[in-house]
Structures are given as structure tokens and as C-alpha cells.
Design a protein around this ligand. Structure first.
Ligand SMILES: *[C@@H]1O[C@H](CO)[C@@H](O)[C@H](O)[C@H]1NC(C)=O
Ligand SMILES: *[C@@H]1O[C@H](CO)[C@@H](O)[C@H](O)[C@H]1NC(C)=O
Ligand SMILES: *[C@@H]1O[C@H](CO)[C@@H](O)[C@H](O)[C@H]1NC(C)=O
Ligand SMILES: *[C@@H]1O[C@H](CO)[C@@H](O)[C@H](O)[C@H]1NC(C)=O
Ligand SMILES: *[C@@H]1O[C@H](CO)[C@@H](O)[C@H](O)[C@H]1NC(C)=O
Ligand SMILES: *[C@@H]1O[C@H](CO)[C@@H](O)[C@H](O)[C@H]1NC(C)=O
Ligand SMILES: *[C@@H]1O[C@H](CO)[C@@H](O)[C@H](O)[C@H]1NC(C)=O
Ligand SMILES: *[C@@H]1O[C@H](CO)[C@@H](O)[C@H](O)[C@H]1NC(C)=O
Length: 493
């Protein structure tokens, strides 16, 4: 009865609406949303229960002493000591998010204890005290353990609190090694309630401590995840987690920020109301990235001036000599015969990423300056503006989202020239080759490195799927827990 009441209390406490809606500042927009589905919550719950049990046992309980009146013997002083819970088994458990928190209930749990018993009494029949000692094993059955966890955003990190916690023991059976025949009933009468209460208290206390550790673990999660030497991903939580009856959603900033103190102009991004949608509802986790995430990366690397380079080695090396251009730009060859050249490629604005239904569009505006190298002098001779249209794709490897780019189309125009007019239709095939053989491979080496998705250390994506929809990329995946440091070490020691 009491067990059912416990579950009832925990569950109802979830649905008392809280009126402490925090005021969100308008610029705290979320560009990455994460949703943990019921499958994911079950996975986490099972992991937590396993970890919690292995961190709890062996658990020592305080000794219990009592003087009991036993028929024919009189007052007997009994003592249980070295009471140790050495095994806990959970038959069934569930996790349920509600309006205000998340309930986790383990029912039908059993736990096994070992203990030493001792008794003594004196009787007027005999001039000596009678005492005996031995060991006993105790089985606690029908145990019910439940807790309700509150989750909120506190200054950009997750705050976990224990709103409710209870443990209820239904049945106890004791097996004595040795002892007199009256002892068994005497022990049951005297200690059943006390052993039950001691188990309930100890487990409740331990769970409280465990939640505190889990909370400090969450509080200590970094607000930025390094991507490379120059950039990191802002993983600050921007709203309270949203709890539905079968999932928990988290909103994080998700924009790229500079790691060095380079002044990057503050860009304003607008998120199209984050939402996570996984076609396969059996996946544990969905992560939606707004296209602003990619555009913030693009802006960051552009502003930090990493997007320009001097090309002095290409597969068609003859093109880096004016002789190679003899028939394409005859006046170049005439003015600088047989001089080496290099190409100075730079972007004129941050590449623009647009995510469409089943496609990713990337537009790159670049400038290609043709330099002639003559006796230690770099002489810019012409500049061509390029609008490159690419089609992107992304893939997951480990917890990293990497990308690649394919050329769809490009257009070019002459920006300036010191060697007269150029016949662009002759140059076009050369530029096409350069884009294919130099620019794209270079870009793809960097894009392939990708960036880490915001996933707590120790968890790895498994069977991930990627869905491109209007302005969003959603990764739907299962996770597995890699028994490493991280969670294990911080939480459960
Ligand atoms: C990260 O995002 C939060 C929320 O939008 C913002 O307050 C914070 O300034 C950002 N951090 C950096 C380093 O840009
Ligand atoms: C207490 O119990 C544990 C486990 O049963 C046992 O290993 C240990 O020796 C006992 N200690 C005492 C003082 O009896
Ligand atoms: C623990 O107790 C259960 C019954 O409650 C029993 O089936 C199991 O064998 C016990 N385990 C040990 C190691 O004694
Ligand atoms: C009780 O168990 C402990 C540890 O297993 C052992 O050292 C001790 O001898 C046992 N006591 C009796 C009276 O059997
Ligand atoms: C949140 O941050 C502000 C300013 O950094 C600080 O004054 C406040 O105490 C913090 N709140 C909590 C609950 O940590
Ligand atoms: C990071 O910045 C340095 C210059 O500060 C540059 O040399 C390096 O290539 C950059 N790394 C990446 C991955 O962009
Ligand atoms: C969750 O809520 C939706 C409506 O918001 C309802 O249709 C659905 O049946 C609920 N699921 C459970 C498991 O309670
Ligand atoms: C490359 O071109 C840019 C302008 O587009 C210029 O600022 C830069 O100095 C040039 N680099 C070299 C090495 O010529």
C-alpha cells in the first residue's frame, strides 16, 4: 500500500505546474536543440540505476541494539552489528518526465544484507551471564525506491535538484547461522522495523548524495567546447529544459565563438524556432542544428582571415608559369615571358550556408588575384571575382559532424586588370579546373575535420541518421556509454 502511495506522490508532484517561469532575455537565442526521447531516457535511467547501485554497495548501516523481553528468559540484550548491504537487484523501473521534473521509480527491488548478531542475558537460575554470537543474512524484498528530479537552467548550466526521494521496504526475511531456537522470532519481532528503516534511510541518503554529485558534474560541464585552435562552440544552455510526457528537450546557444581574443563583429542570427523531429521515433536522441550554426562558423573563420591563401603548387603546375597561359592570355605572356606565377585566392565575404529539404547549398564569393613573380617582386596583374555555388553534405563520425562540398556551378567576372581585357570564356575552363583540383580539395580537408556535437563526454553516437530540412540539420541517433572517465569518475566515486 505504502509503496503505491510513494509512486503516486512522486508522479503527482510532477504535474503541479510551476509558476516560476524565468524571464528569458531576448538575445538568448538557441541554435542547437537536443531532445532525449523516452528511449533515451530509459537508457539513461538504466545506466544511472546500474551506476547508482554499484556506487552504493557495499553499504554499511549503523548498528542496532535493543533489550527484548523473551518468554521464560526475561530481558535479553541483543545487538546487530556490521550490517552491510552487499547486493541490490532491481526487477523493474521506469522514468517519466512531467511538468516540473523527472520521476525515476525502481520497484520490486531486493537487497541482501549480512550482519553479525550478539545477545546476552542473565537469569536467576544460573550465576553466570549467557551470551552467544553469530552471523545472519537478511533479505529485503518488495523494495520500492523513487525520486523526482528537478531540472532547470541556472546561468547557462543545468541545475539538477532532488525534489522528492523515498524508499520503502515491504518484507524482510532473516536467516541465522546458529543461535538458539527462540532467537529467530525474537530478532524478527525486535528488529524487522528497525532494519527496514535503516535500509530506507541509508538508501535515501545515498541517493541524495548521488544526485548532488550528478549536479556538480552537470554544473562543471564546460560552456564552450573547443573545435580547433581558433574556434569553439558555445554550448551555454539558454532556456529551461522543456519536459513533455515522453521527452526532455534542451536548448543551447550553439554558435561558434572565437577562442583567441580576436575581435569578431557580433553577428545577429535569427533562429527559426528550434524543433527536433526524428522520423524514427525509436532513436534515443535528436540534435537539431540551425543553419545559423554553420553561418556563425563561416563568419568566424572569415573574420579571423583564415580564408585566404596563396596557391603556388597545383596539379597542373605548368599553369603557374606565364608560358602556360600563352594562348589564353597572350598579352600576359608577352609582358612577362616565362615568369613564374602564383594565385592569391581570398574570400570577399563569409560563405553562406543554406539548408534545404534534402540539400545543403553553399555560396562562396571569392577573389582570385593573378600574381606574376619577377625577381623577388610579386606583381598583381589581374583580379577575377568568382561566385562559387556548391552543394554540401554532412556526415557523422564518432561525435563529430563533418562536411564536404561539391561544385555545382560558378560564375566569374573581371574585377580589374593591368594587362588589358581578358577573354573570360577562354579562362573559364582553367578556373573550373582550379576550383575542382585546388580549391575544393583544400576546403574539404578542413570541412572533413568538422566539429564536435554537444554530447556529454563518455557517450558516443551510434547508428546516427542525418535529416536535412528547411534551415535545419537534424541528427537522430542512439548513444552508447563508453566506460571511460568522465561521468564514471566524477559521479560515482
Ligand atoms: C554563449 O551564448 C550565451 C547565450 O546566448 C551568451 O550569453 C554568451 O555570451 C556566449 N558566449 C560567448 C563566449 O560568446
Ligand atoms: C563485517 O562483514 C564483512 C562482510 O560480511 C566481513 O568481511 C567483515 O569481516 C566483517 N567485520 C567484522 C568485524 O565482523
Ligand atoms: C539475495 O536475495 C535474493 C532473494 O531476495 C536471493 O534470491 C539471492 O540469491 C540473494 N543473493 C545472494 C548473493 O545471497
Ligand atoms: C561471522 O562472519 C565473519 C566474517 O565472515 C567471521 O569472521 C566470523 O567468524 C563469523 N562469526 C561466527 C560466529 O560464525
Ligand atoms: C548567476 O550569475 C550572476 C552574475 O554572474 C550572479 O550574480 C548570480 O549569483 C548567479 N546565479 C546563480 C544562481 O549562480
Ligand atoms: C588558427 O589560427 C592560426 C593563426 O592564428 C592559423 O595559423 C591556423 O591555421 C588556424 N587554425 C585553423 C584550424 O584554422
Ligand atoms: C503524451 O501527451 C500527448 C499529448 O500531449 C498524448 O497524446 C499522449 O498520449 C501522451 N503520452 C503518454 C505516454 O502519456
Ligand atoms: C592577397 O590578396 C589580398 C586582397 O585580396 C591582399 O590583401 C593580400 O595582401 C594578398 N596577399 C599576398 C601575399 O599578396
Amino acid at each position: 500500500m505504502a509503496a503505491t502511495a510513494l509512486v503516486f506522490l512522486l508522479i503527482t508532484s510532477l504535474f503541479i505546474p510551476s509558476y516560476t517561469q524565468d524571464i528569458q532575455s531576448p538575445d538568448q537565442e538557441a541554435f542547437i536543440s537536443i531532445v532525449i526521447s523516452q528511449q533515451g531516457l530509459d537508457f539513461l535511467k538504466n545506466l544511472l540505476i546500474t551506476k547508482a547501485i554499484s556506487s552504493i554497495i557495499p553499504l554499511n548501516l549503523p548498528r542496532i541494539e535493543k533489550t527484548v523481553k523473551i518468554p521464560f528468559l526475561g530481558n535479553v540484550h541483543m545487538r546487530l552489528s556490521n550490517i552491510t548491504i552487499y547486493e541490490i537487484d532491481v526487477l523493474s523501473s521506469f522514468v517519466k518526465p512531467g511538468d516540473t521534473g523527472v520521476a525515476i521509480v525502481a520497484s520490486g527491488a531486493t537487497c541482501n544484507l549480512s550482519m553479525s548478531w550478539y545477545y546476552q542475558y542473565s537469569t536467576w537460575l544460573l550465576p553466570v551471564e549467557i551470551a552467544d554470537r553469530g552471523n545472519a543474512s537478511v533479505q529485503v524484498e518488495g523494495m520500492q525506491v523513487g525520486l523526482t528530479l528537478g531540472l532547470e537552467n541556472q546561468n547557462g548550466t543545468l541545475k539538477l535538484s532532488l525534489m522528492d526521494c523515498g524508499c520503502y521496504v515491504k518484507d524482510i526475511s532473516i536467516k541465522l547461522d546458529g543461535g538458539a531456537s527462540w532467537l529467530y522470532q525474537g530478532m524478527i519481532d525486535a528488529f524487522e522495523g528497525q532494519i527496514g528503516a535503516a535500509v530506507e534511510n541509508a538508501i535515501t541518503k545515498k541517493l541524495g548524495e548521488g544526485i548532488l554529485k550528478l549536479d556538480s558534474f552537470l554544473q562543471a560541464l564546460p560552456k564552450e567546447v573547443p573545435v580547433d585552435d581558433n574556434a569553439s562552440l558555445n554550448v551555454t544552455f539558454v532556456k529551461d529544459p522543456s519536459l513533455s510526457n515522453s521527452s526532455i528537450g534542451f536548448d543551447i546557444s550553439g554558435l561558434f565563438t572565437s577562442r583567441k581574443k580576436i575581435l569578431v563583429p557580433a553577428n545577429k542570427y535569427q533562429s527559426s524556432q528550434p524543433s527536433v523531429f526524428c522520423k524514427d521515433s525509436s532513436k534515443m536522441l535528436g540534435i537539431s542544428l540551425d543553419e545559423a550554426v554553420f553561418n556563425s562558423a563561416s563568419a568566424l573563420y572569415y573574420d579571423a582571415k583564415f580564408m585566404q591563401w596563396i596557391v603556388d603548387k597545383i596539379p597542373d603546375q605548368y599553369l603557374l608559369n606565364t608560358a602556360g597561359w600563352r594562348f589564353i592570355i597572350p598579352q600576359l605572356y608577352r609582358k612577362y615571358p616565362n615568369d613564374d606565377m602564383n594565385l592569391n585566392l581570398s574570400l570577399s565575404s563569409p560563405p553562406i550556408v543554406k539548408i534545404l529539404e534534402n540539400d545543403i547549398d553553399a555560396t562562396v564569393y571569392a577573389e582570385l588575384i593573378i600574381d606574376v613573380l619577377e625577381a623577388d617582386l610579386v606583381i598583381p596583374v589581374a583580379c577575377i571575382s568568382l561566385d562559387i555555388y556548391g552543394s554540401g553534405s554532412v556526415k557523422i563520425s564518432g561525435n563529430t559532424l563533418g562536411g564536404s562540398l561539391k561544385l555545382k556551378d560558378f560564375s566569374m567576372s573581371l574585377k580589374w586588370s593591368h594587362i588589358g581585357n581578358l577573354r573570360l570564356y577562354l579562362i573559364q575552363p582553367v578556373i573550373w579546373t582550379l576550383i575542382q583540383t585546388v580549391f575544393l580539395p583544400y576546403a574539404n580537408v578542413h570541412l572533413a575535420q568538422g566539429f564536435p556535437l554537444p554530447i556529454v563526454h563518455g557517450f558516443t553516437l551510434k547508428n546516427a541518421e542525418i535529416i536535412c530540412s528547411r534551415s535545419k540539420i537534424t541528427v537522430c541517433s542512439d548513444v552508447e556509454f563508453t566506460e571511460s572517465q568522465g561521468l564514471n569518475q566524477i559521479m560515482f566515486n
